[in-house]
Design a protein around this ligand. Structure first.
Ligand code: PEP
Ligand code: MN
Length: 337
């Protein structure tokens, strides 16, 4: 439910209302707009059905949020959320281009790729230190030291880093070493992990589950936000369909749909969405044209020897070319890189 306050509402009137809502066991989120203050009420707001909220002095109107996701919804917050990641904005006019290897391998390789990404105009470095692999015999990531390699790359390039967390027990490590914590597709409904990252204000990159509907996706984002963390980035990374020609099917309609349903930034991962390096550039361009706020792209200087997802990784030279093309598309849709 959204309570809109009158412009002339006084502080004691607002406090009186907030006290009453808390007494009823409801959580409140205040948003101070330029003209109006809005109180989002979260919890089982059926409690309010018989409460004459409009009778409170200072209240202008009361509107229920019909969507099952509340804090995430466009009804709750009209303006786009812009997340500041160490000075790089995600969700603003400028597109956030996150790129780097699927998995962090060696220090020199990570730092080398980071420099290439930065030189081409990338803004955030990606790299998995812990890898959620389908087979237990596949490379599982270098672990904790991978985060240190990313930090060294950040020190040298100035780019913030995003890396995937797999286990709630690693939260302190990620809070210290990552600038964005990624929740991968396989963990989109790992509710304990969602609640854990929701308890801090560290930005979270939430990837859509392999077979998740947009409703399930947004409810997972709601888990994070309902714990207090407002810095959630949604990532469309392709879904399972009957088509076997590529790894997944990129659901591009999800981009404008998510932007309509939610105020959160939406980015696209054309690498996992296709599983094929030659499809990454066309899908990245389509994503920007469809209104994505950014991209997550796998870049590797030697894809043939990559320890993970070499078949969908593009070389730095291709990434550079792609960035040049993306600049033109961004301008055509009123954005910039
Ligand atoms: C990744 O981005 O490293 C990854 C594993 O992607 P997804 O969770 O989308 O499969
Ligand atoms: Mn990968």
């Amino acid at each position: 439910m959204i309570i809109v306050l009158k412009p002339e509402a006084t502080e004691p009137q607002i406090d009186h209302l907030l006290d009453r809502l808390r007494e009823l066991g409801l959580k409140t989120h205040m948003t101070q707009g330029e003209e109006r203050t809005i109180i989002g009420v979260i919890g089982d707001d059926r409690i309010l059905q018989n409460q004459p909220i409009t009778a409170f002095p200072g209240v202008e109107s009361v509107t229920p949020i019909l969507a099952p996701w509340k804090l995430v919804s466009r009804e709750f917050k009209k303006d786009n959320t812009v997340i500041d990641v160490c000075g790089v904005k995600v969700g603003g006019q400028k597109l956030a281009i996150m790129a780097g290897p699927c998995a962090v391998e060696k220090l020199e390789l990570t730092v080398g790729i980071a420099h290439e990404v930065k030189a081409a105009g990338g803004s955030i470095l990606r790299g998995g230190a812990y890898k959620p692999r389908t087979s237990p015999y596949s490379f599982q990531g270098v672990g904790r030291e991978g985060l240190d390699y990313l930090l060294e790359a950040k020190r040298q390039t100035g780019m913030p880093v995003v890396s995937e967390i797999l286990d709630t027990r690693d939260i302190e490590l990620f809070l210290q070493k990552a600038d964005i914590i990624q929740i991968g597709a396989r963990n989109m409904q790992n509710f304990e992990l969602l609640k854990e990252v929701g308890a801090y204000d560290k930005p979270v990159l939430l990837k859509r589950g392999l077979s998740a509907t947009l409703k399930e996706f947004l409810l997972s984002a709601e888990y994070i936000m309902s714990r207090g963390n407002r810095n959630v980035i949604l990532c469309e990374r392709g879904i399972r369909t009957f088509e076997t020609q590529y790894r997944n099917t990129l659901d591009l309609a999800a981009v404008p749909t998510l932007k309509e349903l939610s105020h959160l930034p939406v980015i696209v991962d054309p690498s996992h969405a296709t599983g094929k390096w030659n499809l990454v550039a066309p899908m990245a361009k389509a994503a920007v044209a469809a209104g994505a706020d950014g991209l997550l792209i796998e870049v590797h200087s030697n894809p043939e020897c990559a320890l993970c997802d070499g078949e969908e990784s593009i070389k730095p030279s291709k990434f550079k070319e792609l960035m040049q093309d993306l600049r033109k598309i961004a301008v055509a849709v009123g954005r910039e890189i």
